[in-house]
Design a protein around this ligand. Structure first.
Ligand code: CP
Ligand code: NVA
Length: 297
């Protein structure tokens, strides 16, 4: 039987996604030990840096009764040229779940195609679906159902933005994207999202009457050499207190972190009363426990 994978949000149905969010909230409230994945092993292959994703998966699998094995390119044969397909076939015979953080999205697709264990996308250049589970959980905890709400995406049309496009369709909210010209998300994704997405270049139009304002770094991992050019291009796309004031009075602010105060977000917004970034970061743990329980339970 082919395993279920979680490479993008689209791998799950809206019903399954809603179930995961409910389950994440329930697991967060659980006080007694709960170890449905006892003796299960999570394989982790990370080709990019990580704080939240790594720690939340390692903590999560241990809390569920299992254990994790972490591989960076330096310590596995992948770094010495062993084919990805071979690594997938070998590792998936030994572990019960695999999380992969890498550059190209087709790397996780190729890995999953050869894996007999469920594969989770821990971030690629195109998508970061685990972060969206945590973001939706955080919205629901603070404000209830996100269905029909207006979400403003301010900044780069990157992996987070593209995951928000998928989320807009699957969780049925409206996403208004404001990015500098030349930094739009993929045309095809926007087209497929239909009425769920408005794409523009005006942060004020995006933020106006929004229920949730979200941003992310201007230069993602792998774009370090574009940093200066991006700082210039994104200058007018900082989430400031003035921009937040255009949103609904009870609007929330989210950022997947790490954040750059004074670049994509003003310090007073990140640290201000509308910011829920620390809950959002914590919820990576609970949402991914729900995900691992779903995929390997
Ligand atoms: N938000 C997020 O994925 O953080 P890390 O890069 O620290 O894992
Ligand atoms: N867009 C960022 C997200 C980091 C969690 C990156 O890919 O670096």
């Amino acid at each position: 039987m082919k395993p279920r994978h979680f490479l993008t949000l689209r791998d799950l149905s809206p019903q399954e996604l809603h179930h995961l969010i409910d389950r994440a909230i329930a697991l967060k409230a659980l006080k007694a030990p709960y170890e449905p994945l006892r003796n299960k092993l999570l394989g982790m292959i990370f080709e990019k840096a990580s704080t939240r994703t790594r720690v939340s998966f390692e903590a999560g699998i241990v809390q569920l009764g299992g254990a994790a094995v972490f591989l960076s390119p330096r310590d596995s044969q992948l770094g010495r040229g062993e084919p990805l397909e071979d690594t997938a076939r070998v590792m998936s015979r030994m572990v019960d779940l695999i999380v992969l953080r890498t550059h190209r999205h087709d790397t996780v697709e190729r890995f999953a195609a050869h894996s007999s264990a469920p594969v989770i996308n821990g971030l690629t250049d195109r998508f970061h679906p685990c972060q969206l589970l945590a973001d939706i959980q955080t919205y629901v905890e603070h404000r209830g159902d996100i269905r029909g709400r207006k979400v403003a995406w301010i900044g780069d049309g990157n992996n987070m933005c593209q995951s928000y496009i998928n989320a807009a369709v699957l969780f049925d909210f409206h996403l208004h994207i404001a990015c500098p010209p030349g930094y739009e998300p993929e045309v095809q994704l926007v087209a497929e999202a239909g009425d769920h997405v408005t794409l523009g270049h005006d942060p004020k139009a995006a933020a106006r009457d929004a229920d949730l304002v979200v941003t992310d770094v201007w230069a993602s991992m792998g774009q370090e050499e574009e940093q200066q050019q991006r700082i210039a291009a994104f200058r007018d796309f900082q989430v400031t207190a003035a921009l937040m004031a255009l949103a609904k009075p009870d609007a929330l602010f989210m950022h997947c972190l790490p954040a750059h105060r004074g670049e994509e977000v003003a310090a007073e917004v990140l640290e201000g009363p509308q910011s829920v970034v620390w809950d959002e970061a914590e919820n990576r743990l609970h949402a991914q426990k729900a995900l691992m329980e779903f995929l390997a339970g």
